[in-house]
Design a binder for this molecule. Structure first.
Ligand code: 7RM
Length: 635
């Protein structure tokens, strides 16, 4: 028997040992005893290393929404599933019970069916953080449609790329969204995107901001009348455990975004299990994750993990700074939040403000504080622990990825030790290893490239439409180890500290940005010859983007000023405002190796002002440009 809820350190130790000694028995037990299946699986685990094909609970049948909603109805139908806290604090919040959510999901599922959506079809969801977002996600899952949620901050071009990549026929959006004092015109962005998406036949529009928008005849329909007319009863579609549940795009170090595909069975089991244990969720606790559902954290730890446990999950429409920097703390007090899960970038932004924004609020309900998305620096960890946790609430630094589906390395609050800046210990079923550049296994206290040995149930199964890229990205050197792309350090007790990306992905305010697509956007400018982006440490964002740009002609101060603006506008248009450059310099050339590769390491040193540590520059083709760039950067 595997214990679902780990209550103490012995439970953790035992579960961990069992899960490593016999992962198949371990996960089969968890999956069998804690979820509803239509039919048991034929094979717990199947792995073809040559093709990087991984399957969990193959042959098993289920519908994930029955595990999220239906099975709680008898006991907890009247308890709250979702709390919606709107952007504007004077607008009333909404509590949606399990029963009510169940009925709303049924109605939405029937709307989708009436629009011709069938099992396996892809549906793009481009919505602000309103209940209809969670309801749309669950409605897709109910009828076996594959949802592809695109974060509302992405531009029309980025949205179009994602719609076309997985061939979505239907888009769910809203007239717009509220974000702090701003209004985001989502429908306008969709209209622009769809000019490049001939495959989209239907757009369902939620009314949120009540502005006048354009509705395209024959394509666009308001959701409300369809929803109101739909039946609130709907038969869940029976899914194979390995059928895709959703696609979520993440930036790669090169090329177009990768549509990570997650499957129904393994994803459910793993997100539910890790939610219960990492947050030590107890019935009637109020749990709040501040992520947007457009990111994996929102998928796994606002919707799927919490609801699988019958939890009350709060979703917040707004931003931490509106109407003032006390908003998070006001919400914690208002809803008596027990578990709070946010990102280091938010913590740093709030720590910079006066403690007068924290002091007025009663935060005594808090039992667990979580962090996710990027390494949390010591000062931020300490501020979070001291001022929000009052020195007693444990801080859990959770390391994981879009590709891992769920939390991989994290302390169990009140159970295992927390150490500032360390994600500490692996979850049961997770066996991290550190390798050196040549792939040799490193033992004991050391630092290296982080790999994971044995697939766990919620590992992404493929990249939509490009399984070769999946294999090449995650199993590039060793068929038997998943490559995370992160570096890590391990102490003598086996605790892990994640040191950051080891590839060309830069994490800005918790958003993963690949350098290549940004460089492509810059290079589109007719005056630009070439460009390279590096990350520069930033007090609040963690990293900001620093661009080195060469022009086709000698720049003048005037062209530089104009280009500065034009380039950031181009980036905003192609990717989104999150990818704007913080600094850019126009240089006579970029440092290159003899084989023509840009030496980003050197550019990183220049951006960071650590030019005394340039290291080996002997392979450089053009060492003279390095000095020129250093001089320009100092200006
Ligand atoms: C959940 C999420 C994944 C990348 C990952 C890391 C970084 C995430 C932490 C972290 C240090 C953490 N998915 N990362 N969590 N680094 N400590 N606790 O963020 O796909 O968007 O990003 O984020 O580099 O590879 S993600």
């Amino acid at each position: 028997m595997s214990t679902y809820h780990l209550k103490n350190s012995d439970d953790y130790q035992t579960a961990y040992q069992n899960s490593i000694n016999d992962p198949i028995d371990f996960w089969a037990n968890i999956a069998k005893n804690n979820f509803d299946w239509h039919k048991p699986w034929d094979t717990v685990f199947d792995w073809h290393q040559d093709t990087a094909k991984i399957q969990w609970f193959k042959g098993g049948r289920l519908n994930i929404t029955e595990n999220l909603l239906d099975r709680h109805l008898a006991q907890r139908g009247q308890s709250t599933a979702l709390i919606f806290e709107p952007n504007d604090p004077s607008e009333p919040h909404e509590c949606i019970t399990y029963q009510a959510l169940y009925l709303r999901v049924n109605k939405m599922a029937n709307v989708l069916k009436s629009q011709g959506v069938k099992k396996g079809d892809r549906v793009c969801i481009y919505l602000p953080m309103i209940p209809e977002l969670a309801i749309s996600v669950l409605a897709c899952a109910k009828i076996g449609a594959v949802h592809s949620v695109v974060f509302g901050g992405f531009s029309a071009t980025a949205l179009a790329t994602r719609i076309n990549d997985c061939d979505c026929r239907l888009v769910i959006t809203s007239d717009g969204g509220f974000r702090g004092a701003k209004i985001i015109d989502l429908k306008d962005i969709v209209d622009e995107a769809l000019e490049a998406c001939p495959g989209v036949a239907t757009v369902l529009v939620v009314e949120r901001i009540k502005t006048k928008i354009r509705m395209k005849e024959g394509r666009d329909q308001w959701l409300a009348p369809l929803f109101n007319a739909a039946s609130d009863q709907c038969q869940a579609t029976s899914m194979e455990a390995e059928d895709p549940l959703f696609i979520l795009y993440t930036s790669g170090s090169t090329g177009k975004p990768k549509g990570m595909v997650h499957s129904c069975g393994g994803y459910m089991v793993y997100t539910a299990y890790t939610f219960k244990n990492v947050f030590q969720y107890q019935p009637d606790d109020v749990y709040w994750c501040t992520a947007d559902i457009g990111w994996i954290t929102g998928h796994s730890y606002i919707i799927y993990g919490p609801l699988a446990n019958g939890a009350t999950s709060l979703m917040f429409e707004g931003v931490p700074s509106y109407p003032d920097f006390g908003r998070f703390w006001a919400i914690i007090q208002k809803h008596k939040v027990h578990q709070f899960y946010t990102a280091p970038t938010a913590i740093r932004a709030l720590a910079k403000e006066s403690l007068d924004f924290v002091r007025p609020y009663d935060l005594s309900s808090l039992k667990v504080l979580g962090s996710v998305g990027e390494p949390i620096n010591e000062e931020a960890w300490q501020w979070y622990s001291d001022h929000i946790g009052k020195g007693t609430t444990p801080v859990v630094d959770t390391w994981w990825q879009t590709e891992t589906g769920g939390i991989m390395i994290a302390p169990l609050p009140g159970i295992t030790k927390t150490i500032p800046t360390y994600a500490t210990l692996p979850m049961p079923g997770i066996e991290p290893v550190l390798l050196d550049e040549n792939g040799h296994l490193l033992e004991g206290a050391t630092q290296g490239f982080l790999y994971i040995k044995h697939p766990w149930p919620s590992i992404a199964r493929t990249i939509w439409g490009d399984h070769d890229r999946y294999k090449a990205t995650y199993f590039p050197k060793f068929k038997d180890k998943y490559m995370t792309g992160d570096g890590a350090l391990r102490d003598a007790a086996g605790n892990y500290r994640i040191t950051g990306r080891t590839d060309d992905v830069i994490i800005v305010s918790g958003h993963n940005l690949g350098t290549a697509p940004i460089e492509d956007a810059i290079n589109e400018h007719p005056l630009v010859a070439e460009s390279a982006i590096v990350g520069q440490p930033h007090q609040i964002k963690g990293n900001s983007l620093f661009g080195f740009i060469t022009l086709k002609d000698e720049p003048t101060p005037e062209t530089e000023a104009v280009l500065h603006k034009a380039i950031n506008e181009l980036i905003t248009k192609r990717i989104g405002a999150i990818a704007k450059l913080n600094e850019m310099i126009f240089c006579p050339g970029l440092p290159k190796t003899r084989s023509g590769k840009i030496m980003r390491r050197i550019l990183r040193n220049i951006a960071n002002g650590t030019t005394d540590q340039l290291g080996d520059t002997s392979t450089l083709l053009n060492p003279e440009v390095v000095d020129q760039i250093i001089r320009l950067a100092k200006k």
